[in-house]
Design a protein around this ligand. Structure first.
Ligand SMILES: *Cc1c(COP(=O)(O)O)cnc(C)c1O
Length: 397
């Protein structure tokens, strides 16, 4: 019997595929250093854990309103006001089962057959497939390493057509760590303000900023941009709460209501326990975030320095997120035993199987010639991973 034809358009998340393959090798006793998946190694923020336990003890284990509890929405409204300079009311907020789910619902309510959605590349792996699943077409803007992987107004202008229904922005970026500052956004703002399409701004890495950088939400530039922007965020990365599955969005009331309707007919509410924990994280989790980000900055420096010391690799210093995105074009075309490295995809397989280190090939993010390496792992693992990469690359001639 045949499955629905919409499935033919999409593929499993490539990052999860690499992770599964690496974990399979580990289960067979192979020594693999995992630098693939983007998940902080820290435990979840203690305030969140305590609130979660308390929620279970006090019987907060029943359905909540499908779009989230009043308490959590209030905490989110307050967060946007304090941290992003954005004023929303609770009716403009929805809580979902992770930011991935939030983004999925956005695609479902905004995009359909015949629509185009602009996605700057390198992009996060799920954007194209969620757009395709909604029946629309992703239109990629290839950004350049020399431009810091940021879109220029010229790039953007070329991608806009009468069919454009939206654009997905992601700053700080997964996979490149690039940041759009206020100045960068201002250069794009005129085009974005006048164009009749939605802006989806995925800001899940907003706390992961280094060298004193700050975060700007494009919605905070001016009211005209706020009106057409849906801001997406969540607690997975900042509070190391990936397993709790809480993401949220803020935006125009009609869109938020429509997302709530989809949610009421699909998942219903996100876990009541997790919502309690997320509210505590947003209210009291700042010291946790600060401590983690400080450690991540050290790790980033260690990785950039280590990678730039390896022949065949050139690694720019990313200002945000928790990935480095080294250029590995210098290692392409080389050989070892049965291996010929034609692409970064080949290189990632070689590094996994021959070198014992899991990374994600740039192909997964629409950027061949690069690898994404996560430094959300303990320093010992990073040092070991660097040594393994160096040893493996030395084998190639
Ligand atoms: C991790 C991630 C998400 C999704 O996070 P959730 O765990 O679903 O909240 C969304 N966008 C980007 C860019 C991510 O890296």
């Amino acid at each position: 019997m045949k499955l629905a034809s919409r499935l033919e358009k999409i593929k499993p998340s490539p990052t999860m595929v690499v992770d599964a393959k690496a974990k399979h090798l580990i289960s067979q006793g192979v020594d693999i250093t995992l630098l693939g998946l983007g998940e902080p190694d820290f435990g979840s923020a203690q305030v969140a854990c305590d609130a979660g336990v308390e929620a279970i003890r006090t019987g907060l284990t029943k359905y909540t309103p499908p779009s989230g509890t009043d308490e959590l929405k209030t905490a989110i409204v307050e967060k946007f006001k304090q941290e992003n300079g954005l004023d929303y009311i609770k009716q403009e907020i929805i809580v979902s089962c992770g930011a991935k789910h939030t983004l999925y619902n956005i695609s479902q309510v905004l995009f359909e057959e015949g629509d185009e959605v602009i996605v700057p590349a390198p992009y996060w792996v799920s954007y194209p497939d969620q757009i395709l699943l909604a029946g629309a077409q992703p239109v990629f803007i290839e950004t350049q390493e020399d431009d810091g992987f940021l879109m220029t107004p010229e790039n953007l202008k070329k991608a806009i057509t009468p069919r454009t229904k939206g654009i997905i922005l992601n700053s700080p970026s997964n996979p490149t760590g690039a940041i759009y500052t206020r100045k960068h956004y201002e250069a794009l703002a005129e085009l974005l303000r006048s164009a009749p399409f939605w802006i989806i701004s995925d800001e899940i890495y907003e706390k992961f900023l280094y060298d004193g950088a700050g975060h700007t939400s494009i919605a905070a530039l001016d009211p005209a941009l706020k009106e057409k922007t849906i801001v997406v965020n969540g607690v997975s990365k900042a509070y190391s709460m990936t397993g709790w599955r809480i993401g949220y969005a803020a935006g125009p009331k009609e869109i938020i209501q429509a997302m709530g309707m989809v949610q009421s007919q699909s998942t219903s509410n996100p876990s009541s326990i997790s919502q309690k924990a997320a509210a505590a994280a947003l209210k009291h989790g700042h010291p946790f975030v600060e401590g983690m980000v400080k450690e991540f900055e050290e790790r980033r420096n260690l990785m950039v320095k280590g990678l730039n010391g390896i022949k065949g690799i050139h690694c720019p210093t990313p200002p945000g997120s928790f990935y480095v995105f080294p250029n590995v074009k210098g290692a392409l075309g080389k050989k070892y035993a049965q291996w010929t490295i034609h692409s970064s995809l080949d290189l990632a397989s070689f590094l996994l199987e021959e070198g014992g280190v899991a990374t994600i090939p740039g192909e997964a993010f629409g950027a061949p010639g690069y690898l994404r390496i996560s430094y959300a792992s303990p320093r010992e693992a990073l040092i070991k991973g660097l040594q393994k990469i160096e040893t493996a690359l030395l084998k190639l001639t």
